[in-house]
Write a protein that binds this ligand. Structure first.
Ligand SMILES: NC(=O)c1ccc[n+]([C@@H]2O[C@H](COP(=O)([O-])OP(=O)(O)OC[C@H]3O[C@@H](n4cnc5c(N)ncnc54)[C@H](OP(=O)(O)O)[C@@H]3O)[C@@H](O)[C@H]2O)c1
Length: 300
């Protein structure tokens, strides 16, 4: 049931089998939205939710870094069926490969080590299609070590781990924006938000470390700011933002939670509500900002 009569929004969420992504799907359904959940492979919880609300939740199995025309074809079908999204939220990201239960380790890294692509990737790839992706594909990505954690010092940086961070934290948002640019009409009043992180703020970097994650989130921030300027002309009714969700209890933060006081570690449900609240408040005039989960504007 919707909170307000005028609040039935169409929402597209990327990374929807992740901790925050799944909570966003749940919360958006709770407030009455029509949701398209993009995931490389649906988690059992996401699949169960789809069974419960088949009319308001569509699951789209795809990896945005796969063959782009094919991804666009799927999204085009989605938009033809449900209409253009009001909110586009990228909740995908990567920090570490530190536990065997981490979803990326399970789906991406394991597949990479097997030198194959995900089941969804294989299913959706037509045979003999030339690969025209602008971005390295799952099968060409460099392999990272199992259990690889964020770097503490310069000597620990490797091209493979940096590339893995860039793919998940930067390239995915670029690919998503390219799909939107190719598919959405100029006048569409959409909001495009990617989950960034405070550690991607150059101004806020007082402790160092986590090179690849910081670099990839800082690059994401620069991408979103630059995109907001281009889209001011191209999509005058759109708003682009980076959002810091706060430290949230998900697989991504598990190895670092002992350093966090309990009151500063938020549940994914709380973070989802806060993210939606920030997105609800966004206007085209505010495009190109980096938001804290409380709605305040962060320094780049
Ligand atoms: N948790 C925190 O404390 C925290 C703090 C600050 C910022 N953030 C940011 O918030 C976002 C969500 O984090 P989370 O805590 O929900 O993480 P999570 O539980 O690990 O979920 C991340 C999801 O990102 C997608 N993903 C990861 N690597 C990918 C790749 N190489 N290609 C495509 N998709 C990939 C996957 O979604 P699918 O399985 O659906 O494909 C994965 O489930 C991230 O951008 C993260 O950096 C989180």
């Amino acid at each position: 049931m919707s909170r307000r009569a005028d609040a039935v929004k169409k929402v597209m969420i990327v990374g929807s089998s992740g901790g925050i992504g799944m909570a966003l799907v749940r919360y958006c359904l709770e407030i009455g939205c029509q949701v398209a959940a993009l995931t490389r492979s649906p988690s059992p919880a996401l699949a169960a939710l789809q069974q419960a609300v088949p009319n308001r939740l569509a699951i789209v199995e795809c990896d945005l870094l796969d063959h782009q025309p094919q991804v666009e074809a799927r999204l085009s079908l989605l938009f033809a069926r449900y209409g253009y999204p009001d909110w586009i939220i990228n909740a995908a990201g990567f920090l570490h490969a530190g536990t065997t239960s981490h979803s990326d380790l399970h789906k991406g890294l394991k597949d990479g080590l097997n030198k194959g692509a995900s089941v969804a990737h294989i299913k959706s790839e037509p045979p003999n299609l030339p690969n025209q992706s602008k971005i390295p594909t799952a099968s060409t990505q460099p392999l990272i070590a199992q259990c690889q954690m964020p770097e503490k010092r310069l000597s620990e940086i490797t091209p493979a781990f940096l590339e893995h961070n860039l793919r998940a934290n930067l390239y995915l948002s670029i690919a998503l924006a390219q799909c939107c640019e190719n598919l959405l009409p100029r006048s569409t009043p959409f909001r495009f938000a990617s989950l960034s992180a405070m550690v991607g703020s150059i101004a806020d970097n007082h402790s160092g470390g986590w090179y690849s994650y910081r670099i990839s989130k800082a690059a994401l921030n620069m991408f979103l700011k630059t995109l907001s300027l281009e889209w001011q002309r191209q999509f005058p009714n759109a708003c682009v933002a980076a959002i810091h969700p706060g430290t949230t209890d998900t697989q991504l933060s598990v190895p670092f939670q002992s350093r966090i006081t309990a009151s500063k570690l938020y549940s994914s449900d709380i973070s989802a509500r806060r993210i939606v609240s920030v997105i609800e408040s966004m206007t085209p005039e505010q495009s190109g900002r980096f938001y804290h989960w409380d709605g305040s504007v962060l320094s780049w």
